[in-house]
Design a protein around this ligand. Sequence first.
Ligand SMILES: C[S@@+](CC[C@H](N)C(=O)[O-])C[C@H]1O[C@@H](n2cnc3c(N)ncnc32)[C@H](O)[C@@H]1O
Length: 341
Amino acid sequence: MRTNDAQFLVLSALADGPLHGYAVNAAIERTAGERLGQGSLYGALSRLEGKGLVEPDSAGAATARRRPMRLTDAGRAELDRGLRAMSQVFEASAPGRAEYLDRAAASEAGRAYKPLLLDALDIGPTHTVLDLGCGTGADLPAMAAAAAHVIGLDSDPDMAATAAARTGLDVVHGDAHALPFAESTVDRVRTDRVLQHVDDPTVVLAEAMRVLRPGGRLVTGEPDWETLAIDHPRPELATAYTRFVVEKVIRNPTIGRQLHRLAENAGFDVPTVIPVTPTFRDPHTADQIFGFQRTTRRAVDAGYMTPDDGEEWLGALKAGPFLATVVQWVTVAVVPAGGEG
Ligand SMILES: C[S@@+](CC[C@H](N)C(=O)[O-])C[C@H]1O[C@@H](n2cnc3c(N)ncnc32)[C@H](O)[C@@H]1O
């Protein structure tokens, strides 16, 4: 048994109150099915005492050999952290796409910027609004509440069908590179984490320009994956992980920072760009967006990390404390009133 495992078992055994060495080992046997050797037990107790995680229980009757020990506040915090890490094993397999999008929309990160996108759209009661890459349609009802007509569009037929069934709103199966709408028929267009995936964002911008009326508005919420910053005791592993995501996972990884320029080049005015920085403090929540286990396995297979580094990378992320951020750019682009569209 590894030293840290023995210490963790001792901390767990003391969770319900002070015990002396023999009773600690009996408690360990009840939960783990085996006792620690005398050397491991007293070694673990003395190391934990040295770290201030356990201390003699002054209230208990002590003799030299039967000295009851108890958790300190720091020991209880360490035990909680270990238990959290054990229960937060990262997902090994990918969730369904619809489930993934539902989770992302409901996450703290999603809630941090989606209202901002809605505000930036500035939807009026006579407007027709087009949500390009609507996914499961999570945001269609909020837009529909403010508009005359909302249309979702997605290139994945399952997504389009799910969005239509869930919302009862108009949803089209189609490609954002070739919109099935006449020119100057739409007042608002939105993308939320879609342009990062498309073949050619400039074609999609040109299509948005074509279908929007003069004075119409495109609002995009798109990430910049080069800003993915994950704290780790070995920062070089975080750099390797981000490089892998940028180079191998996302088709247009830095689209968020480029959109102000690409939109101007497409003929839009760009009055506003807002960087939003969702911050993740809980590895389990972050994993639901990032899929650490799967992505790390791919990074190892692609040679961005050694297998040992991959283990070390995941181990520290699971154990916490955890911190990750990625910048999500909200860009507002307006068709000039004179009408280039
Ligand atoms: C990350 S999801 C975001 C979904 C939704 N916007 C949301 O906020 O929940 C990206 C969506 O874009 C769609 N998509 C990707 N490429 C597309 C394209 N060329 N045309 C239309 N939809 C596309 C995908 O099928 C997927 O549903």
